[in-house]
Ligand binder design. Sequence first.
Ligand code: G6P
Length: 609
Amino acid sequence: MCGIVGYVGPRDAAPILLEGLRRLEYRGYDSAGLAVLTDDGEVFVEKKAGKLSNLTDHLNGSAPAGHPGIAHTRWATHGRPNDANAHPHRDCSGRLALIHNGIIENYAEIKERLLSAGHRFTSETDTEVLAHLIEERYQGDLVEAVRDALGEVRGAYAIGVMHLDHPNRIVGARMNVPLIVGLGNGEGFLASDVPAILEHTKNVVILQEGDIADVTPEGVTIIGMDGVKVERPVTKIRWNIAAAEKGGFPHFTLKEIYEQPHAIGEALRGRVDDAGNVKLPELEAIEEKLRRVERVYVVGCGTARYAGEVGAHLIQSWAGLPANGQIGSEMRYSPPPIDDRTLVISVSQSGETADTLAPQKLASERGAVIVVVTNVVGSALTREADAVCYLQAGPEVAVASTKAFVTQVVVLEMIALHLAQLRGTMSDRRRRSFGLALRDLPGQAAEVLKLAPQVKKLARRWAGVRDVMFVGRALGFPVAMEGALKLKELSYVHAEGYAAGELKHGPIALLDPQTPLVAIATKSATYEKVVSNVAEVHAREAPVVAVATVGDEVIDRYAQDVLYVPETPEEMSPVIAIVPLQLLAYEVAVARGADVDQPRNLAKSVTVE
Ligand code: G6P
């Protein structure tokens, strides 16, 4: 969703804020803006629709000197993405500036009241009501005015506020949207996410729901909505800024695709021993509850949902529990049976997707055991979890998810093996053989990246393609759906992921010599059936690209192009089979001149339902 950053301290705020925004642009890029308290004693605000570069071009290095400051990059919800609706927003006096990520649900009624009290609005946003509401409550104490105003709003927010009367203070507040405070040496920061401030400090305080933070150069004081002071621990960030840089790659997407062997290794680190035993210490405290579980839902959105489908399949097959994947936005409003013998596994790179958070809350209210699989430490989903298994994949910056998918699958594989062990549903020998197969994955992922030149050539041929069909069976089906999603997101080529057996029940009508089919045809129990489906397509003269296991001598009778991947047990195949499809989506997008790292209309983390 939106990204916010704030600075208070002795340095000029503008360069720090603009650099912070650059690192937050993945959260939205409909507009960008900043506010700085200038050395001349004014609240300077500049904001521009479109990408951050529009703002920086406009400023042309001439942002005024001064501090503190706040800045924002927007993913539009209320109000079109134009200059007026861009943040920061000011109060009537022009002395207060405010940035916001989230949605104020009752903004219309507050706005009506404020308008009749004489406040003048300049935008169509829900956010602007906050600036005027704080103005209304302000009597010299900014923190108190923020607290008072927030008492009246419903919804989700991370905000940053500055005021002309307070040259050594920025105030932040959080409710259901992430916000961190950075503690520097004689300076303080607010940010939606770590990369925005990592260059300046590794010491951060992760704010909790309802926290209001008074950030000054000396440090931070946090109070709750009841006005009572609360203590929050300081977290030391372990990764460095290089991890949030492109590192010589033309795009973050490509860098993150290439990081996958390392990321898988990190996800496995300390969790699978030399004999292949999986150990997830994170689940130890809830082992008794896990033993009693009778059914499992794996919930997520977008890419995380497809990883969840793989996880559900494996839990069902290995741990013998009824398990299914759930779309976050659907589960909340048409919930399946949930009780205290239900395990809900929420899967989310960011840990803040509202559509995943909502069903998790519902499940928690109904007594379910909640396990969260996420990449972001301290994120919203983790706070209501019984246990959290982190991906340990390092920051994922590109909007389209790649290394998060493979590490989500790997962590879910480990959870499935852990459940199988707890429930005694698999022989030790078989369980360990899968543990050892997991340990082979980093090397195999590195191997499969060698397909890049072949994929690039294929992508060039495909630059003008309009529609592509992806098919797979069993574990190949979520891979097909994720492959199609990557192609859509990155290149804007229409793509559908289908269960291969369903092809003949309708979608085959779409296939013709201009509409290629991508088949996930790696070695599996359903391999022969997939080959039959591919043969049906071949007979209709649609070009076929197959992802197949090295040594397969049958598939190239039907497929124009075969992307050979290393042999794995079928259960591990999604981790490897998706990699050439990520590369394919990336290369098609590049060939079509699409904006790979920041596809149109998308945002990396979506904090509204
Ligand atoms: C957004 C992104 C997708 C992502 C989905 C879930 O829609 O554009 O790439 O898969 O959110 O994100 P999460 O952070 O929950 O994994």
